[in-house]
Design a protein around this ligand. Structure first.
Ligand code: ADP
Ligand code: MG
Length: 258
């Protein structure tokens, strides 16, 4: 399944410049340190993965990138600009960051259409443009059959499609997806993987995805890193990563194959 997705990958347009860069980022809650002096970058137009067991700090890292929490030490750069003290709304509007959270992400009592409209009203002032955008997203994410359904009645895969579509309402350049495959059946995983790859190919956006389990993530990323005990212990392409002794020791375990 995952091999099929990789076959369609076009890699020539990727730029060797960081979309996001973390320099010496330490995150603590109170006196408890979660990650320590992290240094990594997410390259432009790349799909990159962040792997690590539950509780490793993946969501915390994403929260610091979008500005929901402030690192206790270190700096965060977006497009080579230091955004460590830039508020979330400016990271979104000026730097084109969008985030799909691990849990929730839509208004459960609003219909699919109204969820999209609520976001569109925030970002697109021109009415016709707004309606066009919503209709395009409904087509692209194949939500036509559920537009009138409240989001609380959607399946797991449909909710993910809706929250991804909501993240694409504005002019997104960098998409952060926190555990997009969690609790999905294999067919829905495949559908979300294809959507992610198509966003990279056709919209040329940079994507970072986290997952506590590895197979679904490794099936659609260009590169990934493994977070363990507060540090990045390995980085590389999926093929490199599964052979990396530190990644095997800290995360995959012996005998893991892709
Ligand atoms: N707001 C918070 N306050 C205190 N501790 C937190 C908070 N958010 C997360 N944590 C703790 O930080 C650790 C990392 O959490 P998290 O970033 O959610 O990890 P992951 O996404 O990899 O599962 C966990 O031990 C979690 O309990
Ligand atoms: Mg998490």
């Amino acid at each position: 399944m995952s091999i099929l997705i990789k076959k369609f990958r076009i890699k020539s347009f990727k730029e060797e410049r960081p979309a996001i860069e973390l320099r010496d980022v330490t995150i603590s809650y109170g006196t408890r340190q979660i990650v320590e002096k992290l240094n990594f970058s997410i390259q432009k137009s790349e799909i990159s993965g962040l792997l690590g067991p539950n509780g490793a700090g993946k969501s915390s890292i994403y929260h610091s990138i979008i500005g929901l929490i402030k690192p206790t030490y270190g700096k965060i750069f977006i497009d080579d600009t230091d955004v460590t003290n830039v508020p979330t709304h400016l990271r979104c509007s000026k730097f084109g960051i969008s985030w799909v959270p691990q849990y929730g992400g839509s208004w459960s009592d609003l219909s699919v259409y109204d969820n999209l409209m609520a976001i569109a009203e925030l970002h697109i002032s021109h009415k016709e443009e707004r309606l066009n955008k919503i209709n395009n997203l409904i087509r692209k994410f194949e939500l036509q059959n559920v537009i009138k359904l409240k989001s609380k009645f959607l399946s797991g895969g449909q909710v993910r499609k809706l929250t991804l579509a909501m993240a694409m309402v504005k002019n997104t350049k960098i998409l952060i997806l926190d555990e997009p495959f969690a609790a999905l059946d294999p067919q829905s995983v495949r559908m979300i993987q294809q959507i992610i790859v198509s966003l990279q190919m056709f919209d040329r956006i940079s994507v970072t995805i986290s997952d506590h389990s590895s197979r679904d993530l490794l099936g659609c990323v260009d590169s990934a890193m493994v977070l363990s005990e507060g540090k990045i212990v390995a980085k590389g392409t999926p093929q490199e990563l599964v052979k990396d002794t530190k990644a095997i020791e800290a995360y995959f375990g012996e005998g893991y194959k892709i």
